[in-house]
Ligand binder design. Structure first.
Ligand code: FES
Length: 336
């Protein structure tokens, strides 16, 4: 890592020394010129313009990437993101190709490798300086190059925003369930307690809230009340034996989509909610406890109540934060 940083720093210093303005000696003496190492080549103003134009195109493509990333509702957004970033790199590569072919001295000298001497470093710097002597538009190339580099750097850094909120971490713990919110099915129809049958697996959402939230979908099942093994503080969370749990597996966030119901009691022990990804298995009768698999904590339970019209409603928030066991959920943070 340190070596990479050193090389990077050396490259930047050489670039500026090569393309930046010449600084006269501090004592005002005329710059002492050593004999040229690189022969003076003819200037290539057209190639310089092409390189500058390609740098500008690189910057514009990189800015387009940032814009497409920021405007969330663009159709085919992924394709446009790939196109704009790909074009930015293509323009940059083309700029380097043109610069390498037309602007940079590339004379090959075959001779014995010289003994190291103290002026070797000076020679290298002189070669770099002299290679840029034929440039007629240094300032333009520096500005467009810096613009392209800056825009491309921004395009590479901006997607880090997708890793999560920067300052307001509470957003990660927010769930749409509130006491009194009705449970609705995929079509938005409220779930009636009388419609919930045993051995059937239902998916429900909070009425009027975004369904894409990790905390939104719940599974609803019904068990004989006598079979429930809920802790004392959750008595009353499962009216008529109807239970609701977060549908998002606490292992890595897949959707719980299998309901194993015993058909032959001697062979299968108990009803269980199963995640199809790595087969984490949860016991709906025992507060979502893990029976099997890699999940490290129970499924969060949503307390339920039945209103006067027989509709299922949330009686409060989840028992714990829903979703995979990221640090906040593992620490037992309560949803808000
Ligand atoms: S995501 Fe459910 S078991 Fe791995």
């Amino acid at each position: 890592m340190r070596k990479v940083f050193t090389w990077l720093l050396a490259g930047i210093v050489l670039l500026f020394r090569r393309l930046g303005p010449r600084v006269p000696p501090p004592d005002g003496r005329a710059e002492e010129r050593r004999p040229r190492i690189v022969p003076m080549g003819p200037p290539s103003p057209d190639a310089e313009l092409v390189v500058a134009a390609l740098f500008v195109a690189t910057g514009l493509a990189a800015v387009a990437f940032v814009v497409v990333y920021a405007v969330d509702r663009i159709g085919h957004q992924t394709q446009f993101l790939g196109l704009s970033l790909g074009l930015a790199f293509a323009f940059l590569a083309a700029a380097f190709v043109v610069a390498g072919r037309s602007l940079v001295a590339d004379e090959e000298i075959v001779e014995d490798y010289p003994e190291p001497h103290p002026e070797a470093q000076e020679d290298v710097l002189q070669i770099v300086d002299e290679s840029a002597d034929r440039l007629t538009r240094r300032r333009l190339l520096v500005l467009t190059g810096l613009g392209a580099g800056g825009a491309l750097g921004a395009a590479l850094v901006v997607p880090a925003a997708s890793l999560g909120p920067l300052l307001d971490w509470d957003e990660l713990r927010e769930v749409p369930w509130r006491a009194g919110r009705r449970l609705v099915d995929e079509r938005g129809r409220p779930l009636r307690a009388s419609e919930i049958e045993e051995k059937v697996f239902y998916t429900a959402f909070p009425e009027g809230a975004p369904r894409e939230d990790v905390g939104a979908p719940v599974v609803v099942v019904r068990l004989p009340p006598a079979h429930l093994k809920l802790p004392p503080e959750r008595q009353g969370w499962a009216p008529r034996g109807i239970l609701a749990y977060s549908k998002i597996c606490t292992h890595a966030g897949c959707a719980i989509s299998l309901y194993r119901v015993p058909l032959y009691p001697p062979a299968t022990p108990t009803p269980a909610l199963v995640c199809p990804c790595h087969y984490s298995t949860f016991d709906p009768a025992a507060a979502g406890a893990v029976l099997f698999g890699p999940a490290g904590r129970p499924l969060p339970q949503l307390p339920l109540r039945i209103d006067a019209n027989g509709i299922l409603r949330a009686a409060g928030p989840f028992s714990a934060g829903p979703g995979p066991s990221w640090w906040g959920a593992r620490a037992g943070a309560q949803p808000q």
